[in-house]
Design a protein around this ligand. Structure first.
Ligand code: 13P
Length: 287
């Protein structure tokens, strides 16, 4: 059931659990995540970066694929198709293309410009019944060419952006996209606590979910995080399972080269990873 992300995140915030955003790259990814969400009776958010959108032939193709797949698989749990780290133009394009949720990442602008652009896009998305995420304080690391420094957000700036009526807020608390370096200092719970106190009921978003230890994830949820984004971890398990299949020579046995067979181990690996995360985030049975 395709819906905006607002209701599922408000429920998660009130119920002290988090909904996973899992990024999609193609049909297999989308099917694996949708089927797992249905099996786990969990709400889910399908994240689409601008780069992945382009790879999948544009936002219209993605919106149409998700809508059709959601119907064909008979998915009953709430599903949002959500733009991840959208530019100003990309956000507008997704609102038109039929996404049910968008993220406008204005964190690289100065705060006044971030506020002005976010405000305009909040009005536009709400007019179309779409939920919107904003960002304050860049997330570290690199994702699809979007590079952030990993700074901690200013709680007062978070309050300014939250007051614009956004539905969820991403705030940097030392989190980084991709695999964490050995010398990573960990999440700043002090910053998260200060942000949560300033922003009250606002569902907070934790980007860079890959590789954050389980105890830190649980603590972040207890301090108001209601949406957690995971991308790299699904890519890693997909690659590993596919490599094992090929290294074992299975693509050369019978019709093992058939893409439906070749991609099956990676598909199952994504399913297992998504289930593990839904259990950790506490969203199982919440649909
Ligand atoms: P990871 O790739 O580190 O899991 O981050 C995903 C993310 O935050 C998407 O916006």
């Amino acid at each position: 059931m395709l819906v905006s992300a607002k209701e599922m995140l408000d429920k998660a915030k009130a119920g002290h659990y988090a909904v996973g955003q899992f990024n999609i790259n193609n049909l297999e990814w989308t099917k694996a995540i949708l089927q797992t969400a249905e099996e786990c009776k969990s709400p889910v958010i399908l994240g689409v970066s601008e780069g992945a959108g382009k790879y999948m032939c544009g936002f219209k193709t993605v919106a149409a694929m998700v809508k059709a797949m959601d119907e064909s698989l008979g998915i009953t749990v709430p599903v949002a198709v959500h733009l991840d780290h959208g530019s100003y133009e990309g956000t507008k394009a997704c609102i038109e293309a039929g996404f049910t949720s968008v993220m406008f990442d204005g964190s690289h602008y100065d705060i006044d410009e971030n506020v002005a652009k976010t405000k305009e896009l909040v009005e536009l998305s709400h007019k179309n019944g779409i939920s919107i995420e904003a960002e304050v304080g860049a997330i570290g690391g690199e994702e699809d060419g979007v590079v952030g420094m990993g700074e901690c957000a200013d709680p007062d700036e978070c309050k300014m952006v939250a007051d614009l009526g956004v539905d969820m807020l991403a705030a940097g608390i030392g989190n980084i996209h991709g695999v964490y370096p050995e010398n990573w200092a960990g999440l700043s719970f002090e910053t998260l606590d200060a942000i949560q106190q300033k922003t009250g009921d606002m569902p907070l978003v934790l980007h860079g979910g890959t590789g954050i230890p389980d105890d830190m994830i649980k603590k972040a949820i207890s301090l108001g995080v209601s949406k957690i984004n995971v991308n790299t971890e699904c890519q890693l398990v997909f690659a590993e399972a596919t490599r094992k299949y090929i290294e074992a020579g299975k693509d050369k046995e019978g019709k093992g080269f058939d893409p439906r067979k070749l991609l099956a181990p990676g598909f199952e690996a994504i399913k297992a990873k998504v289930k593990e995360k839904m259990e950790l985030f506490g969203s199982v049975g919440k649909a």
